[in-house]
Design a protein around this ligand. Structure first.
Ligand SMILES: C[S@@+](CC[C@H](N)C(=O)[O-])C[C@H]1O[C@@H](n2cnc3c(N)ncnc32)[C@H](O)[C@@H]1O
Length: 266
């Protein structure tokens, strides 16, 4: 993982090089629409307040959980025991991004959604609330963490979520072997290492369609994650990629005859 100073320098470079986030001068109609209708959509929805209230409760919850360290571990500590509050403060996607996912799902009417890395279920709850049709398939390796996530779903009365426990390396291929549909929206947010990230992408790829999106978390977090990101966006099936620094989005739209890459302030 990059040091805080390296990350800050990267962020500064991103901010100065990125397009302004308002869509001016963007020639791609799809990206222009994405910027204006999704990135710039500041609307709040009634569900947001309920989910954020729960996030605040989790941030104050000092219950200790036994955690098996998966993947690249946590940014904060690799202790085997962690308080729910510590996870809630450091491992979850901030509201801005979870709400962006909600807006993406609504804008493109995505039904089948998949998330690798449930954690406490906060982002999952946004994904589930965004569309009550179809399901969210979410995967978590730490049983104690998955138990808290299940309580989150019960609290928010969400019934369109299927949580699978276990190591992604086993649970994802097992799930996909029996999965018969396409996946509209995938969010890869766990095991932030180069090869596993590429493997998960490759496993999900056969389940994508022309309008699917795959979102990768923390694409500039470490050299390995940057390598995975650049490896993926160079692939021929990726016709459009968007770098928002803390996340990266890849699209497969055949309408994009020429491969395009955008770095946009967000
Ligand atoms: C960054 S957190 C996910 C945060 C969540 N998506 C959110 O925004 O609220 C990553 C989660 O992935 C889980 N994880 C990491 N590597 C894993 C693996 N190889 N198999 C299963 N779970 C894993 C961790 O236990 C952790 O809870």
């Amino acid at each position: 993982m990059f040091s805080k100073i390296e990350l800050a320098k990267k962020y500064l470079r991103y901010w100065t090089k990125a397009s302004n986030g308002k869509g001016h001068g963007t020639h791609s109609p799809f990206v222009y629409d994405f910027i204006r209708k999704v990135l710039m959509d500041n609307d709040s929805h009634p569900e947001f307040a309920r989910i954020e209230q729960l996030r605040q409760q989790l941030r104050k919850d000092n219950t200790l959980l036994e955690i098996r360290d998966f993947g690249a571990g946590s940014r904060v500590d690799d202790h085997k025991q962690r308080a729910v509050s510590s996870i809630a403060k450091s491992a979850l996607k901030p509201a801005k991004y979870s709400q962006l996912f909600y807006k993406i799902i609504q804008h493109y009417n995505y039904k089948n959604r998949l998330e690798l890395g449930t954690s406490l279920g906060i982002t999952t709850s946004y994904l589930a609330n965004a569309n009550k049709d179809g399901k969210v398939y979410t995967f978590e390796g730490a049983p104690s963490v998955a138990t808290v996530a299940q309580k989150t779903f019960t609290n928010l009365e969400l019934s369109n979520i299927e949580l699978t426990e276990g190591n992604f390396d086993e649970t994802l291929p097992a799930f996909l072997a029996n999965y018969k549909d396409k996946i509209d929206f995938s969010f890869i947010d766990g095991n932030h290492r180069e090869q596993p990230t590429i493997n998960y992408y490759e496993q999900l790829l056969p389940f994508t369609h022309n309008d699917s999106v795959i979102i990768l978390d923390d694409i500039h977090w470490s050299q390995g994650m940057e390598n995975a990101w650049y490896n993926i966006i160079e692939r021929p099936e990726v016709t459009l990629s968007i770098d928002l620094f803390f996340i990266g989005l890849v699209f497969f739209r055949k309408e994009n005859k020429e491969k395009e890459h955008f770095t946009i302030r967000y």
